[in-house]
Design a protein around this ligand. Structure first.
Ligand code: HEC
Length: 498
């Protein structure tokens, strides 16, 4: 017993003295049980969710599915189901779409098990592709019956697996090739296998494997910018160089491109451990298009394609920031949107934050995808849940009413008599607050850039417009109206600019 006490005291002494001289670059500040054993926090309660999540105006968040431990990658199907990977359990599951109208998934079905850390999922025709840590396999999938059939055939084996960055992401490119990202085996090192820290590509039958781009430490997420052949990939900067360096990256991936790891970080800054004597290669490496804050760990990325998305988000990209672990103060833990500016620069805005508050973590976003109906799903491997972020959805984790938005007539729920009176009050408010001065060409003051309104019913219902008026997208001003007035204006807008 005495020895045990002495041993404990010694350990405590070592820990205390280390923490005094421990440099910031070695700071570890993360949900530790999650780092070590993948143990997360479980589903946050409804009150917490409602208090924490602040989606953009017009959007609401719903808890879509839970009890999916360490859920990682997602693939929405054309019929409204969602395929998800659970790497630790070695499973692929199918989350059923909502047919009973309770704003929740209708349940979770088992599709595949016994896989070796399955992560990436893709659909090509009626094939479901899965990227395990060292292989790619496929099996027939039927969306209508929600089942797989036939054997799971591995079309590519012998990939370098395991190591620090064991997850493999697979996606079908617009050119018909399958693209596969393979992260580095280490934080920073010279790789023995040159398929690591790279994006590879292959034919969907498993042939013609080639290295597409290199120097990418861990590009877990990638997507093609709509209307262009441009491929963008997230990349996680290396650890142990302090709280604020190096940035995490968004890279535009070109064939044969070299993106710097392990000899350079950020915008071609030589790595202190591996950069010496590499000036030429560093100069020739491709710098990021956008820098995320250090240690934010961007993972999934999805360009917004749906025509129903609000104008401000069309063509933008959503990125899941998993959040820091080696940073004195936690950072990241949210979904952000990236907006391309006319000069080519990229502006980053919060899309869904609240996973982190005052150092307290309730979730870690991994992937973000856009479903066929225009809603977005966010997977969280900390709580083991999936959130749905949709326009017009109530911002609640326990929504029981049917999603009202996007029905053909957004005013259908309001009795005709009431609708007329409400709309007339709305029209009066519209005049009183000189809305037309910015929204109707003939009534605009000189020099004002008019933003004509139209097609509102395709992406707003009354609740979504009320929510928009509460926090409009700049430069649209906040107009001081109470809730009833906001509803009246919404009814008027939906009648006049459907
Ligand atoms: C000073 C100019 C200005 C005034 C005044 C103004 N708006 Fe706007 N409004 C804008 C701009 C600019 C946008 C576009 C913002 C963006 O998405 O970039 C906008 C967007 C909107 C949208 C969203 C349109 C869409 O397609 O998503 C609605 C709805 C709206 N305004 C309603 C109103 C109402 C109602 C009033 C009066 C109570 C009002 N606005 C007053 C400038 C104005």
């Amino acid at each position: 017993m005495k020895r045990l006490i002495i041993a404990c005291l010694l350990v405590a002494l070592v820990v205390i003295s280390c923490s005094l001289i421990w440099p910031e670059r070695f700071a570890i500040n993360a949900p530790v049980a999650h780092l070590l054993w993948g143990r997360g926090g479980g589903t946050p309660d409804a009150v917490t969710l409602e208090a924490r999540f602040h989606p953009p105006a017009g959007f609401g968040v719903q808890l879509w599915a839970e009890e999916l431990p360490n859920v990682r990658w997602m693939k929405p199907t054309p019929l409204g189901n969602l395929l998800v990977s659970l790497p630790r359990a070695g499973e692929i599951k199918l989350v059923r779409g909502d047919e009973d109208g309770d704003s929740r998934a209708d349940g979770v079905d088992d599709l595949l098990d016994g896989l070796n850390r399955p992560h990436g999922i893709e659909l090509v025709g009626d094939w479901l592709y899965v990227a395990e840590t060292d292989a790619i396999g496929r099996i027939r999938f039927d969306d209508a019956t929600r089942t797989v059939s036939g054997p799971f055939e591995r079309i590519l084996t012998g990939l370098p697996g395991g190591g620090n960055h064991w997850s493999r992401t697979i996606r079908l490119g617009p050119d018909g090739w399958l693209y596969l990202s393979v992260g580095s085996s280490c934080n920073v090192c010279d790789e023995e296998d040159d398929r690591r820290a790279a994006i590879l590509r292959l034919r969907p039958d498993g042939s013609s494997v080639e290295t597409y781009a290199t120097g990418l430490r861990n590009s877990v997420g990638f997507d093609w910018r709509p209307g262009t052949p441009q491929l963008f990939a997230t990349d996680n900067g290396r650890d142990l160089l302090g709280d604020d360096f190096p940035p995490c990256e968004l890279n535009r991936i070109v064939e044969g491109g070299f993106y710097g790891w392990p000899i350079a970080n950020g915008d071609r800054i030589a790595d202190p451990d591996f950069g010496a004597g590499q000036a030429e290669r560093i100069a020739a490496s491709i710098p990021p298009e956008h820098a995320f804050r250090a240690h934010n760990a961007p993972l999934g990325i999805t360009f917004v394609r749906g025509a129903r998305a609000p104008r401000a988000y069309r063509g933008a990209a959503l990125v899941a920031l998993h959040g820091s672990w080696n940073r004195t103060h936690k950072d990241g833990y949210k979904v952000v949107s990236l907006h391309w500016q006319p000069d080519g620069s990229i502006v980053e805005r919060d899309f869904l934050s609240g996973f982190l508050m005052d150092e307290d973590v309730i979730g870690r976003p991994v992937d973000v995808v856009e479903a066929a109906d225009g809603a977005f799903f966010v997977s969280d491997d900390y709580a083991g849940v999936i959130y749905r972020v949709a326009q017009g959805a109530a911002n609640t984790a326990h929504a029981t009413h049917r999603r009202a938005a996007l029905s053909s007539d957004p005013l259908a729920a309001i009795p005709a008599a009431e609708r007329g009176a409400s709309s007339r009050r709305g029209e009066a408010l519209w005049s009183e607050h000189a809305c037309a001065g910015c929204h109707v060409a003939e009534q605009a003051a000189q020099g004002v850039v008019v933003r004509t309104l139209g097609g509102l019913a395709s992406h707003y219902d009354v609740a979504a417009l009320v929510s928009y008026l509460k926090t409009p997208i700049p430069p649209m001003p906040i107009v001081p109206l109470d809730e009833q007035a906001q509803r009246d204006v919404a009814v008027y807008l939906l009648s006049r600019f459907p």
